[in-house]
Design a protein around this ligand. Structure first.
Ligand code: NAP
Length: 273
């Protein structure tokens, strides 16, 4: 705990901390002795996570901010000047599930602003003090869907490819200054956001726990530029990478569409520990 706090403390910022993987990161970071700046777009879930983190012994402050807007640039820059943020984890997301042509132009723009613009803004605002101190870390969440084009979540997958590529490049640029940057690739994870896409869990989908994603991300902060969470997901990524591009895109697109729009089956959902 002490070495972790010395390398990545005293304050961690979790952007998109109100639920799901962001909430799991917040609580895991509290357990590792960091104080927290928790950002989300709504006040109530943020307050709840702050209370949970404080019960775990951390000092936690909630900041309501729409990370998809330009206002986030100045707000995050101000936080970077005041709070001693040594670690930033970007988990905010607008997920889009379904045929691309069913989305409105406005929804697509908003999602792009949160999923890509917000991640980029967080890196730009929060990295400079880390570089000055010569230590720190940044985690950007990506997805198996972002390792290639994935139909039925086309815009989401493209955004996750952006996040992964940004993380890889910053791993190289900021690594020289002592800042660990990690593109963290998660598979299907049991979060409110994932469930909001109404997956057919009765078809036997295996979901990861958000706590497992956070734990692996923090354990492998210095193992960038990319870390794929979970043995099962690493095997899927390997199998996909071995396929010719057309087959690869076809396989993941078909399984994604089946997960969200396929016929109901019989097997119960499984959740990995
Ligand atoms: N769950 C999965 O299966 C999975 C798989 C691979 C990768 N990931 C990645 O993991 C990350 C977290 O996913 P998750 O499933 O935990 O998501 P989630 O359950 O939807 O939680 C995301 C959080 O971000 C907040 N948020 C959305 N828009 C925001 C904005 N403009 N400004 C500030 N906060 C905003 C959400 O608030 P509201 O609820 O109020 O919108 C929510 O609290 C994402 O980057 C996702 O791509 C997830």
């Amino acid at each position: 705990v002490e070495a972790f706090r010395a390398r990545y403390g005293p304050v961690a910022a979790v952007l998109g901390a109100g639920q799901g993987i962001g909430r799991a990161f917040a609580l895991a970071l509290a357990a590792r002795g960091l104080d927290l700046l928790l950002v989300d777009v709504a006040r109530a879930p943020l307050d709840a996570v702050c209370a949970e983190a404080e019960a775990a012994g951390a000092r936690a402050r909630g900041l309501v901010l729409d990370l998809g807007t330009e206002a986030a640039d100045a707000a995050l820059a101000a936080e970077a000047r005041q709070a001693r943020i040594g670690l930033a984890v970007y988990t905010a997301v607008r997920s889009l599930v379904g045929p691309f042509l069913d989305e409105t132009p406005g929804t697509l723009r908003t999602a792009l602003a949160v999923n890509c613009g917000g991640a980029q803004a967080a890196c730009r605002a929060l990295a400079p003090p880390m570089v000055e101190r010569g230590r720190g870390g940044i985690v950007l969440l990506s997805s198996l869907a972002g390792l290639q084009g994935t139909g039925f979540v086309a815009a989401y997958a493209a955004a996750k490819a952006f996040d992964l590529t940004l993380a890889e490049a910053l791993w190289w640029e900021l690594g020289e200054a002592g800042v660990d940057v990690l593109g963290l690739v998660a598979g299907s994870t049991d979060t409110p956001g994932f469930r909001a896409g109404r997956p057919r869990l009765e078809t036997g989908a295996v979901l990861d726990a958000p706590e497992a994603v956070a734990r692996e991300g923090l354990d492998h902060l210095a193992d960038g530029p990319v870390w794929i969470c979970g043995e099962g997901n690493r095997r899927i990524a390997e199998a996909l990478a071995a396929l010719p591009r057309r087959e690869r895109v076809g396989a993941i697109s078909a399984s994604t569409r089946a997960l969200f729009a396929g016929p109901p089956g019989l097997a119960p959902p499984t959740r990995r520990p």
